[in-house]
Design a protein around this ligand. Sequence first.
Ligand SMILES: [Zn+2]
Length: 276
Amino acid sequence: MLAAIGVSYSAQAAAEKVFTAKQGGVFYLTVVAEGNPASVQGRFHDRLVPFFKTGRAGEYGALVGIDMADDPAAVDLKAAITYPDGRQERIYRVVVQAEEFRVQSMTLPKEQVEPDAAALKRINLEKEKVQTVLAGFTPERLWSTGFLVPVEGTATGAFGSKRILNGQPRNQHSGEDISAPLGAPVKAANDGIVRMVDDQFFSGVSVILDHGLGLFTMYFHLDTATVKHGARVNRGDVIGTVGQSGRATGPHLHWAAWLNGSRVNPFALAKLPLDR
Ligand SMILES: [Zn+2]
């Protein structure tokens, strides 16, 4: 068995398959592994690509995220299949294509664009809190079917947009804004665990859901959050209502997704055919 693994390992010099994805995109990758590996785990850039058993014989699947700021270039994704007595590596080539992000100029009240010292202190603590949540890792997949769009409304195409606030260039916008009426129900995009319910300076009333294996979805500017920290939610459960809390110019849902260190377009996630 070990000899066979060794042979196939050394024979895997060229990429097995080529994937094309845009900045902020997500794709679904499957590998078939013989026998009963102890683990199947990938690396893309310096990011973890955790695989899960799909339920089909010998098949493992993973969601792979392209960060919205990843360079448009061909990058190898390496998947390691580890057995008690050996290891195989499969190499996949990922061709990242540039997405055309919009430039959005907005005028906002000065204190929202240039916060004072007290507000800055609060903002930094809130940022740390979010980073701590997103650094958490639940080692099991909590979802089993595709992701849904959490609110009925109009996506504004704001994902990845380069923002100019009161004439000052700011960070790329890492979520999609869906305009919807105040009070409209916001649903969980998929099964998961509530990892944060907070009221933050920029994002207002915010909920973060953990879907396992390093995937999180975020719901910002809510009017109300109707879930508690630590609660289990099912796909489609109402977790809050649309609002304009925090820095927002009108009622909308800021919906974002974080996949093992990459900021991906949540609509790309929702488009994946995952009902398997
Ligand atoms: Zn937004």
